[in-house]
Ligand binder design. Sequence first.
Ligand SMILES: [Zn+2]
Length: 146
Amino acid sequence: MIPRRCSFRVASGEPCRAAPLRDSEFCLMHSPEHAHEVQEARRLGGLRRKREATVSGAYDFQSLSTVEGIRRLLEVAVLDTLGMENSIARNRTLAYMAQVALRTLEVGDLEHRIEALEQAVRSGRGQTERSPFDEEPTLALKEETA
Ligand SMILES: [Zn+2]
């Protein structure tokens, strides 16, 4: 069975690849009967993205997709929680966030080590006399200096 495709042609003349709605030759985005809903959804999406950009800028927070981003989120949460009145709940929250932060630091450290290993493997490809694991460590590990 050939899957049905939306009959709409995009600006380049290519057909839209989305599946059409039941009983329609168009997908939801291109169905004339749903034009108003789609426009409203786009408007709300635009407002949402604007608000996200504002909040993200205010907190200097990018996303949860990097260790750096997760670290930043934790910093914001810790500072906000620290600023609250002392309570058992506040201290529990802080202790929990400290655990999460510790885990984030470990993951970040492992990420750096793996990166260094990958670089060493790539630059050492073809050499047999020296293993990449013989390389001098290229990164300054964040050792606590007392
Ligand atoms: Zn379409």
